[in-house]
Structure formats: C-alpha cells, structure tokens
Design a protein around this ligand. Structure first.
Ligand code: SF4
Length: 294
C-alpha cells in the first residue's frame, strides 16, 4: 500500500476489523435552511452527503439494525448526513448518546461544517473522549475562497482554520474533506489545499473527485456545458499528487467517492471504485508514495 489508509490504521489501533455505522441524526444545514444560504453547495443532493442512509429512523434503531447486520469486531458511529453540530448542545448530547449504547462502538465521528463549531459544542464533543475515540469531520473541499464562492460553500477558509485550531486545543482530531476537480481548479490549487492540511496537522483526509449527482446545481452546469468532469486519468494523477504531498502520518479515510448509481449523472468511471483506487495507487507508486513530495 502506497498510503496510510483508514482500514490499516484501525486494524493497527484496535487489532481487529472495525466497521462504520453511518447515521442520519435528523439534522439540516445552515447552507440550506437560510441561515447562511438556501441553495446549498452546488453538488449537494438535498440528502446532505448521506444518500445511502435510510432517512427518518430513530438513531438507536439505525445503530441496532447496523450492528445486527455487521460482522466487524468494533464500530465507528459516524453522524454523516447534513451538519451534525447544528443544534443546541443539549440536543446534540441526546443524539450522540442515543448512538453510543453498545460497547462494540469504539469511536464517535461527527461530520459538520466549521461555521457550526463553537466552544460549547467543542467541550461537549471532547467530553466523549473519556469513553471512546472521537473525531470531527469538516467538509472544506478547497483552500481557495474564490472556488468556495463558485461552489456556494458559504464560509471562508479562515473559518475552517479557526475551527481546526479550536478542536485541536481540546485534543479532538480532525478529518478534512477535499474535492478534486472543482470548477476552475488546477493541480496547483489541490496542492495548496494539501499544504493547508499539513500545516494544521489534521489527523485524516477524505478525497473524492467532483462527480455530478442528479438534481443538483452542478448537474445544471454540466448540462449547459459549463462544467466538465475530470477523466479517470486526470483524477488519478491529481489524487496521487495530493497524497504524495500529504504528511506520511496523515490517515487517508477515503480516496474516491461513493455516489449511488441511480444518482450518478457523470462521470461513469466514478462507479468503479476498485479501478479508481488501483489507478491512483499506480500513479502514487511512480511518485514514491504518500509524503514523498511533502
Ligand atoms: S454543507 Fe453539506 S449538507 Fe450543507 S449544503 Fe453543503 S453539501 Fe449540503
């Protein structure tokens, strides 16, 4: 393996197979409900990045069902859909507690936006560290404020930087999300985003290409010829370039995206996850592996 992947990291740490339970916590997003925007990010499907999760089930039920299906030795409870810190701390505590009732759950992961992290929320999340591992996932996507305006991200990069520093000051690791192939971005933009992650010392990074889901603003741009997705070769080269520039201790939680086939408009190659990973590995090997160019 040319990079430090999540599966290997978890096996090393827990000595067994660790699965992930993806949870819909019943949240919304300030970039959709009008607090900071209404349309959302241009690639947001309206399911807030959790298209494969069944909506509307109580949290405890979601977890019990996943545990009954699973064959792993331990599990990460991952609050995935929308903005999982977008509620008062007392409500957040109820929701997180509802997911953490089984001793097989070894970690709590909370996906959110950096503009929805404050001191009280940070303290609440930090309070779980006494019981299990905890990390927060922040969807930065790019370090460029210019691109952030184009994709309607709704906050500046400095907000992300402050949130990471605050979480780190409470000993909470951060997983940063990045998208390669955003409109107008070049490999140089990718590398600037990777450098920001290195400078902040994030625990993990999730990378995927900008694929086009049905029913999004991005789909409209694509149909009007205003956006062309990357080819598999372009994505593999750029993803490998990013990984080669990331610090060797960064854990790669994902290097390609998962879009349900009924939602994927383009590119077709995105559906073949194994082929994408193999191509990235091939390119990364030629560059010398993760961290070779950091
Ligand atoms: S932050 Fe996430 S949930 Fe909110 S609009 Fe963007 S992609 Fe959708």
């Amino acid at each position: 393996m040319n990079y430090r992947n999540l599966r290997g990291y978890l096996r090393e740490k827990y000595g067994g197979r660790i699965g992930k339970i993806c949870i819909d916590g019943g949240f919304t997003c300030p970039n959709r409900d009008g607090k900071c925007g209404t349309g959302g990010c241009i690639y947001c499907t309206g399911r807030g990045s959790g298209e494969h999760i069944t909506e509307g089930l109580p949290i405890g039920e979601q977890v019990r069902a996943a545990l009954a299906r699973g064959k792993s030795d331990g599990y990460i409870a991952y609050f995935q859909n929308f903005t999982n810190t977008y509620a008062p701390p007392s409500v957040l505590k109820e929701k997180y507690d509802a997911a953490l009732t089984d001793r097989r759950i070894v970690a709590l992961a909370v996906g959110t936006r950096p503009d929805c992290i404050d001191r009280e929320i940070t303290e609440l999340i930090a309070s779980y560290k006494a019981r299990l591992d905890v990390w927060v996932e922040l969807g930065l996507q790019t370090a460029s404020d210019g691109t952030a305006r184009i994709i309607n991200r709704g906050y500046k990069t400095e907000v992300f930087t402050s949130a990471v520093r605050q979480l780190h000051s409470y000993g909470i690791p951060v997983v940063a999300h990045m998208i390669i192939g955003l409109p107008g971005e070049s490999p140089a933009d990718d590398y600037r985003t990777a450098e920001l992650f290195n400078s902040l010392g994030v625990f993990g990074v999730k990378i995927h290409s900008l694929y086009i889901p049905r029913g999004t603003e991005l789909e409209k741009m694509y149909l009007k010829g205003e956006y062309t997705p990357l080819t598999l070769d372009e994505y593999a080269s750029r993803a490998a370039g990013v990984i080669a520039r990331l610090r060797p201790d960064t854990v790669l939680h994902r290097i390609t995206g998962d879009c349900p086939s009924d939602l994927l408009v383009a590119p077709e190659w995105n559906a073949d996850k194994n082929a994408v990973i193999a191509k990235i590995n091939e390119r990364l090997s030629a560059l010398g592996g993760q961290g070779a160019l950091a």
